[in-house]
Design a protein around this ligand. Structure first.
Ligand code: CUA
Length: 400
């Protein structure tokens, strides 16, 4: 069974928590017992008049009246109302969003009830048991209530164990590969998303998917750790270099949803949440898009599209390409500037070198200060066909 490993992990985690809590509890009990003994030896047993003052007074607990019962019912009802009607999560656009939100709102309801209970008792006690006019003595040394302590230990333990089992059940369900899923490979890099459709021989910067079709994402990173996050789908999965992670979902509402990077990955991290979208279409629209993309693959490359395809737009400003990145040097006018950069190197050679080997010459001025080496990817030579490189260099040369 595929679930055995995570189930084992979950049970081991529960066992570890129980053992650790036990060890901590016993250690605290021993420490308090020792302190208690020490205190008794130091001050000795109270006698005479002193005994009358310090002897523990056992107070018979007030029998909770109808007021307490009504308050408990009101708090429970408020918790149910919060869990049922307070909606803090964004638009739900995938099959798993409903399950994840139900778990979240259940926890929110329970938290709201506990908050009202604790705060309610604090506020009630502060008023009800405040010092009255003329009261000068200490309060009664009340021993406490074992029954109450057992109750407020057992009830939260049961709630937490139940929430653990419930969330594990949802996790196991959403991390099970659905039958007939369409596979898309996600490659993240500083600072760009790339989506590859192995069965369709397509590569894009926006994730196009048909509505109602289970999607299997195989996620990896070309450099540092990123995290692929689509808030509207409740899908979040780390993208790890040299390792492949998977996640599954089915989009159930057509639309355009933002892809966000949820792991701090460098100066362009925030940009990774602004440049790519998931575009959910009907199966017919999706098929038309695929046909169009495959037809376009035979045409000469469009440099403006390449500028986005290779992620140049994430870091560079270039008006002719509609790019507004603020990480690397501004490329407006680069066709003129390129001729003046390195002596005895033509503008064209300089541009070619700057794409293939960005550290060869570090431009002096970037939008946020002096440019730094090592920010621009070093692997364009390996992943850019000659025709794409030529088209980009020619396009940049035209930027006078
Ligand atoms: Cu990629 Cu943060």
């Amino acid at each position: 069974m595929p679930m055995s490993t995570p189930l084992l992990l979950f049970l081991s985690a529960v066992a570890a928590i129980v053992v650790l809590t036990g060890v901590l509890g016993v250690s605290l009990a021993v420490a308090f017992y020792w302190l208690d003994q020490k205190y008794r030896q130091a001050f000795g047993p109270a006698t005479g008049a002193a005994a009358a003052v310090t002897a523990p007074v056992v107070v018979t607990h007030r029998v909770a009246g109808p007021g307490a019962a009504i308050s408990a019912l009101v708090i429970l009802f408020a918790g149910v109302l919060v869990g049922r009607y307070v909606r803090l999560t964004p638009l739900e656009a995938s099959s798993r969003a409903e399950q994840v939100d139900l778990l979240f709102h259940t926890m929110l309801g329970i938290a709201a009830a506990i908050f009202l209970l604790v705060e309610g008792i604090i506020i009630f006690s502060a008023f009800r048991f405040r010092r009255k006019k003329g009261e000068e003595g200490d309060g009664l040394p009340i021993h406490g209530s074992n029954r109450l302590e057992v109750a407020w230990t057992i009830i939260p333990v049961l709630i937490v164990l139940w929430l653990g089992a419930y969330s594990y059940q949802i996790f196991a369900q959403i991390q099970t590969l659905p039958p007939e899923a369409m596979t898309v490979e996600v490659v993240s890099r500083q600072f760009q998303w790339e989506f590859r459709y192995p069965d369709l021989d397509l590569t894009t910067n926006d994730l196009y998917i048909p509505e109602g079709k289970p999607i299997r994402l195989k996620i990896t990173s070309a450099d540092v750790i990123h995290s692929f996050w689509v808030p509207a789908f409740r899908v979040k999965q780390d993208a790890i270099p040299m390792h492949e992670t998977e996640t599954y979902f089915t989009a159930n509402a057509p639309g355009r949803y933002r892809v966000v990077c949820a792991e701090l990955c460098g100066v362009g991290h925030a940009r990774m949440g602004l440049i790519s979208y998931v575009i959910v279409q009907s199966q017919i629209e999706f098929d038309a898009w695929v046909a169009e993309q495959q037809a376009a693959a035979g045409k000469p490359p469009d440099p403006v599209a390449l500028f986005t395809k290779y992620g140049c737009n994430a870091c560079h400003t270039l008006t002719a390409a509609g790019a507004t990145g603020l990480v690397g040097p501004n490329l407006n006018g680069i066709g003129t500037i390129a001729a003046t950069r390195v002596s005895a190197q033509s503008a064209e050679d300089y541009l070619r070198e700057s794409i293939l080997n960005p550290n060869a010459f570090i431009a002096p001025q970037c939008p946020t200060g002096a440019c730094q080496p090592g920010i621009m990817p070093q692997d364009f030579g390996a992943r850019m066909p000659q025709s794409h490189l030529d088209a980009l260099v020619n396009f940049l040369l035209e930027q006078k």
